[in-house]
Design a protein. Structure first.
Length: 269
């Protein structure tokens, strides 16, 4: 029996999604909980591998179980056995051939940049101390959509002879209080691609590089994107889209970061 799971998790305590023998991972926790729930081993495969410290708002996985179980009992049973920072949002029966990764047609990532120090959101944002020119960042990011070669924005982990071209459907930058929200939606993503794009856009905002420099990274290799790689703390796998589904998620912060009233100018008691 195969099920489709939609889940959220805070990746701070995990060494990524992919199961590993000597490290705690999100997939490993799901395999453990599933085996306990069904009384025998299960198979769990995700739509993609998030790295250590990366979070998910809408990761999709398929779970292959030895017997049928009502989907309400499946979701509740897994959540009873999972740690608090992993949560199954929904479960539903899937066709025997459904594959969470191979059947996905698009994915969306959200990155949160904080423009102030925050005591509560450190694990969920990248705090950038410098002033950021948001208009310059938007101008640089405007040319990313379309089929582009992201070879400079990935690492050597790409399989030999594998294409580094990706169809990007959206790159948007929105201000939400003291947060900058960067959304990237594409057919698929290469290793470290989102974090390096965000790092380079922040470089434009800081004035370290120009929009022309950023555009040049698509034409010729440069060591800058690797040096500018954004930390994993601000990155969220936002949603996974399958054939026949529409992307409708509003762009909103995971954690609101606002200036205190005393700094914004209180109007009185």
């Amino acid at each position: 029996m195969r099920y489709r799971l939609t889940l959220e998790y805070q990746g701070t305590r995990y060494h990524g999604w992919q199961g590993q023998a000597n490290a705690r991972t999100v997939q490993g926790e799901l395999l453990r909980a599933g085996a306990e729930l069904f009384g025998s081993p299960v198979d769990v495969q995700g739509s993609g591998r998030t790295d250590a410290g990366v979070h998910a708002l809408g990761q999709v996985a398929h779970l292959e179980a030895p017997r049928a179980l009502a989907v309400e009992r499946l979701a509740a049973g897994l959540n009873d056995l999972l740690p608090a920072d992993i949560n199954v949002l929904a479960a539903r029966a899937a066709s025997p051939g459904f594959h969470a990764r191979h059947d996905a047609v698009a994915r969306s990532y959200l990155y949160q940049v904080s423009r102030r120090r925050t005591a509560f959101g450190k694990a969920l944002v990248w705090w950038v101390r410098d002033h950021l020119d948001v208009a310059a960042m938007r101008a640089a990011g405007a040319g990313v959509a379309g089929m582009r070669d992201f070879a400079t924005f990935t690492d050597k982990r790409v399989e030999k002879d594998a294409s580094t071209k990706v169809l990007v459907r959206e790159l948007s930058i929105t201000e939400a209080g003291d947060l900058l929200l960067v959304r990237l939606r594409a057919s698929h993503f290469l290793w470290k691609m989102v974090r390096r794009l965000v790092g380079c856009l922040v470089g434009v905002g800081r004035g370290e590089i120009t929009a022309a420099d950023f555009a040049g990274f698509f034409a010729a290799p440069s060591p800058y994107p690797a040096r500018a790689t954004a930390p994993p703390s601000g990155l969220f796998l936002e949603e996974v889209i399958y054939a026949g589904e529409k992307f409708v998620r509003p762009l909103a912060p995971v954690l609101a970061v606002e200036r205190p009233l005393t700094e914004r100018g209180a109007r009185g008691a």
